[in-house]
Design a protein around this ligand. Structure first.
Ligand SMILES: [Zn+2]
Length: 320
């Protein structure tokens, strides 16, 4: 199995992680962040099992975002084989749940968002996309419950669920069904490339983010590894007193700049703004050097500011 699109923490999650350190987070906000982190851990567990049990030539695309006919879909894992496109909706639910009339409830009777609805919608839209590309492959969708401590009462064998104890055998079965046919493999890789291309278009679209302002966020340098502000800066290096990492100063400053771009896509990255964002802890000469080395000077304005490489060309392309 080849991973042609690896999983990364989503932009949404990175925004929440940054805000958690730079803002006073409420209990609900912390809970929401924890749930997202837990979801990512579950997805990574499923990725590991895929790598372990899928030995045949097939392609895994982890975390795809696509816009199909104006609808945005996010798919946790897409597995392409020569005949079938598998989509997996990965859930790290923990505890006991009950299925009733196709909906899922906690034992306390609270309805939770139904992964089946999501799966059906995703399958249907993906089917339409493949049809529009004249790709004739069947689609099979499953909800994977990766947590061994998840119990879903009244689920039937007809439901497209894969529980923790079934993951190995289901993946092994998919692996057994995959045939080593050159034309099938060529078709599969071509489709993977097209899907990645669609996903990359999606990356430029604005993400959902909670309300926050530049002014209210804490300025300063946070550790790349543990996210804490508990650091000591010397001439060349940064020491984290919290997780004991020693990091090069440039690397730390770049990560603050990346966070600035992530949190404030509309705000200009001037030397002064980045100096302030870093809590005035790194001198302007160094910030100037880092910006001009790793970023692209904007050619569109009089005052000098910098953008992430590749962004200027995109703007120009669009304005043509
Ligand atoms: Zn640290």
């Amino acid at each position: 199995m080849k991973i042609m699109k690896p999983r990364e923490a989503s932009k949404e999650l990175n925004v929440l992680r940054a805000l958690n350190q730079r803002q006073a987070y409420s209990f609900e906000q912390k809970q929401n962040l924890l749930n997202m982190e837990k979801g990512l851990i579950g997805e990574r567990q499923f990725d590991e099992m895929g790598e372990k049990y899928l030995e045949q030539e097939c392609v895994m695309l982890q975390d795809l975002s696509l816009t199909i006919k104006g609808n945005t879909v996010q798919i946790d894992s897409v597995l392409l084989t020569s005949e079938v496109v598998y989509i997996f909706e990965v859930k790290n639910y923990e505890g006991d749940f009950i299925m009733k009339d196709g909906d899922i409830y906690t034992v306390a009777g609270q309805e939770i968002s139904n992964p089946l609805t999501q799966l059906n919608r995703t399958s249907s839209l993906l089917r339409q996309l493949l049809q529009s590309w004249q790709v004739k492959m069947s689609i099979e969708g499953y909800v994977v419950f990766v947590n061994p401590a998840c119990m879903l009462y009244h689920a039937t064998p007809a439901d497209p669920f894969i529980f923790y104890g079934q993951i190995q055998s289901r993946l092994t079965e998919i692996n057994r069904r995959q045939r080593d046919e050159p034309w099938g493999i060529k078709k599969m890789k071509g489709l993977a490339e097209k899907l990645i291309e669609e996903h990359n278009k999606e990356g430029r679209i604005q993400i959902k983010r909670p309300a926050y302002t530049y002014e209210e966020l804490r300025k300063g340098i946070r550790c790349l590894y543990c996210g804490k502000f508990d650091i000591r800066i010397t001439q060349r290096r940064v020491y984290c007193k919290s997780c004991m990492q020693i990091i090069s100063k440039d690397k730390v400053v770049i990560s603050q700049i990346e966070e600035y771009f992530l949190l404030f896509p509309e705000r200009k990255a001037t030397v002064n703004n980045i100096y302030e964002w870093c809590g005035e802890k790194v001198n302007k000469e160094r910030i100037q050097r880092i910006l001009s080395t790793y970023y692209q000077k904007s050619a569109l304005s009089v005052g000098t500011y910098y953008v992430q490489k590749g962004i200027v060309e995109e703007k120009r392309e669009q304005s043509r």
